[in-house]
Design a protein around this ligand. Sequence first.
Ligand code: C5P
Length: 388
Amino acid sequence: MPGRILLIPDGPAALTYAPELIARLRQRKYTVQVAPTAYPGPSALAFISELAWTTLSGHPCLPIEKLNDEEFRKHDLILLGPVTQQVLEIFSRGKALEYLQKAARPLIALPARLASDEPMQTNEFKSIMPENSILSQGDETLEMGAMGTLKITGIDDLLCQIDATLGKNDLKALRILVTAGPTAEDIDPVRFLTNRSTGKMGVALATAAALRGADVTLVHGPLQTAVPELPNLKRIPIRSAEEMHGAVMERWTQMDVAILAAAVADFRPDHYAEQKIKKVDGQALILNLRRTPDILAELGSQEKRPFLIGFAAESDDVEINALAKLRKKHCDVICANDIRKPGCGFAADTNQITLYSPDKPPMHLPMKDKRELAHDILTHALADLKKS
Ligand code: C5P
């Protein structure tokens, strides 16, 4: 059995989200017991009966007022959600939280917020929940009919977080730097050069590493994907290649591993125009571009560098180009993908990667969701490091 989970669902979101979540957890061989919220109003018990919770989970439904440290201790993980922000706050003031702290069990809080509401702030969450609690907050839409639209972490993302939380803390001692996303190179106050990267692969790697216990620093450009709030995942947002270079150079000496997954712009405008450039009828605009610093190559040339993992997104001769990059940039591993393949590359949710390392045959990883693939990349790419 991979683990025992105590689910504390609340509110109307429990109705649409929890049955599928419980089914998926049971498919993964987790033991699930449910302690639904019960109060006059839209509690979990108001939407799904005790008998239905028992049937869904296959275990007797636990009356919420019976929760104490002894009950919490019978489980490996407490999953508080879907829950409204108000109930999260009530929970944080109640006796249950004291018991939870006493039982020293990990907690994932899963708020379901109105689509029109801003996500909860990390500081706000940290101020009310125990230090090592995880705030799982995503952008999946739950249509609740007359009750409106809610936003919540998608079940796939949540399962990755649960798997990792209950998995072995195999990367615990490692300090890992990850770069992700595109960079934006400003031309003038309104225009900039960028690329199609969304940051999904880099964010998935940073998240997976943090969930497996590493101390992660994520240096990222403008992202089109959410970054989960994890206590050991620090975000350094930047905009340009120059800024990413500065942020990495400032930190690499304190890192054991650097995973450079960002799609750094190779060129930036030679000149930044302080005022918006005016267009002139009939006249072309010629931009002079200059090269940005190659962060990966610069790290590779350092004498005492961290274990270095680079990426190569190629549209032809993948193997030849990946191996050339491995040598030229002095990496320990290059993760190469063929961006012509369907389901690969920028903006896709899936990817297929081949790992190239010096003196080793290439390792082809199967096509997978980027969040799952991130775990495979870490397991294989860091295998040598863990041995040494
Ligand atoms: O040479 P190419 O851009 O294909 O190399 C890709 C790898 O190099 C990626 O790991 C990317 O993050 C890194 N890179 C970098 N700085 C640049 C360009 C690429 O770190 N200026």
